[in-house]
Design a protein around this ligand. Sequence first.
Ligand SMILES: [Zn+2]
Ligand SMILES: [Zn+2]
Length: 246
Amino acid sequence: MARFGRLWAAAAGWASAGLDLVLPPRCTMCGDELQSSGDPLACDACVMALSRDGDRCGACGAPAAVTGCPACRRQRRRWDGIVVLGSYADELRSAVLRAKRPAGSAVAATLATLLVHRHRSTLAAWMPEAVVPVPMHWLRRIGRGASAADELARGVAAGLGLPCRRLLRRSRATVMQNTLPVGDRRRNVRGAFRSRGRLAGLRILLVDDVTTTGSTLEACAEAAVSAGAAAVYAAVVARADAAGSD
Ligand SMILES: [Zn+2]
Ligand SMILES: [Zn+2]
């Protein structure tokens, strides 16, 4: 767990801001008392349960196939690469659902830290200059407080030592993707995002909690590229490999 030290410290720094920290520290996932040093946010067992994903296609995020990627053959993506912490199931699914709640900051910090830790070399090779949360429409934000994507993006930015910038906005409210059939999701979010000004030459890393069809990331990438972004990558906590929520 020592190897997590710096990452945990970066994530814990902002996750604990304004919170009443009670000792001894407890795992943000299971609540067990933590034995490890270095300001960890989760116990070894929870880290293992949340980090046991296999290899994935670096272009679309689908579980890796032995030869080629059938998903990439069917559809070329507008983003330049994607990393995923794991499949939207079991412990990871419960963790994502907890991160979405108003008090989910600490869980989001843990997930962001695990995401950065797992893919640190890929993320570094992409050389992103800003971490950008997939935006939630302001009307919905009022209804539920900070979005999970915002919290995760802050954690990923802290772990990578990059600025977290809300460079995209939703130009119109959309129906929740997870309430729509998979086939309608692309149309629902097409053109729903705009950049806040020019992104000339910028390399950005989009962050979201869940992806299914990739339509939301695709629409964000399209908005960023039309605003001049030089490269758009994505880091997503969970991918609904068998289709579910987006
Ligand atoms: Zn735990
Ligand atoms: Zn692929």
